[in-house]
Ligand binder design. Structure first.
Ligand SMILES: CC(C)(COP(=O)(O)OP(=O)(O)OC[C@H]1O[C@@H](n2cnc3c(N)ncnc32)[C@H](O)[C@@H]1OP(=O)(O)O)[C@@H](O)C(=O)NCCC(=O)NCCS
Length: 257
């Protein structure tokens, strides 16, 4: 996969580096509660050098300041009965920082965003390989059940529901608006939830707007066409399209790039 090498101006590059180095240190050196570090960082990202006291602010502004602190926020996965709250809790400041960074003025600056998310990712996910690259507005469920191999690229607006577990291999590309699930509900009893692991093999490409249902296995070098819904395992090297996804072609098996 070929990407252009891009850079900001020298001063911006040095400020970006300094910001990330400082932030990672503050979040991980054990001297301060990461929740407080996140609250302060988000207040600066959103409001710059605003020194107004909380009690001087109108109530809507106070509600915003409170919501920068992960302890005053709930996320959808926290409502799931099968969450491991202890494992989620240690990740939650990092998760909230990621999600709120994406929604800030900085969030669409990929130059900074790729580095920012790469810095946070090992503190959130079960495993993150080399060269992890993630664009904005990606969401997941728990984080601790999600693993990435080397050279994985995740594009905009992808949903990775790792409630049961998602294992993503090496050199995988997941395109805009793709959805990968690892939980499903019983058709008769909505309270019965099944959480099988979903596996995405090495060199797989899930193309835009495709959906992979819980517990399916996508074989090595397979490709899921735009808009396809994968309901059954996909054989290695197969290109599947449609709903339900069926094989349209089998790829020539080129050597790995
Ligand atoms: C799946 C895909 C790769 C197939 O491309 P292709 O090998 O060039 O296939 P063709 O265009 O020859 O299509 C083969 C047949 O499948 C159909 N088809 C192709 N893509 C389809 C899709 N996403 N859904 C349903 N049918 C599809 C074609 O209409 C054609 O049907 P026909 O033989 O009845 O005319 C491509 O259509 C696709 O979905 N690309 C996604 C975009 C992409 O590459 N993103 C990269 C991000 S990593």
């Amino acid at each position: 996969m070929t990407y252009r090498e891009l850079a900001a101006q020298a001063l911006a590059e040095s400020d970006f580096d300094g910001f990330l180095t400082e932030l990672e240190r503050a979040l991980t050196d054990g001297r301060r509660d990461p929740n407080i570090v996140v609250q302060e960082t988000l207040a600066q990202i959103y409001y710059g050098n605003n020194s107004s006291k909380l009690e001087d602010l109108p109530l809507p502004a106070r509600a915003v300041i409170h919501s920068f602190d992960p302890r005053n926020v709930t996320t959808e996965p926290e409502y799931y009965a099968d969450i491991d709250s202890a494992r989620y809790g240690v990740r939650k400041p990092f998760i909230w920082l990621w999600q709120m960074f994406d929604r800030s003025a900085l969030g669409q600056n990929a130059l900074l965003g790729h580095r920012f998310r790469r810095m946070l990712a090992p503190h959130i996910f079960a495993k993150v390989g080399e060269n992890f690259k993630c664009w904005h507005f990606v969401e997941w469920s728990f984080g601790y059940n999600l693993s990435f191999g080397d050279n994985v690229v995740i594009h905009r607006y992808v949903l990775l529901d790792d409630r049961g577990g998602i294992e993503i291999g090496n050199n995988v590309s997941i395109s805009d608006y793709a959805n990968v699930y690892s939980h499903t509900h019983d058709i008769h009893d909505i309270h019965k939830v099944y959480t099988p692991v979903t596996r995405i093999g090495d060199r797989v490409r899930l193309t835009y707007h495709s959906t992979v249902l819980a517990g399916t296995q996508i074989g090595e070098n397979a490709m899921v066409g735009t808009g396809a819904v994968v309901t059954r395992d996909v054989a290695p090297h197969h290109i599947v399209v449609g709903i339900p996804a069926k094989t349209a072609k089998v790829k020539l098996q080129e050597p790995e790039a």
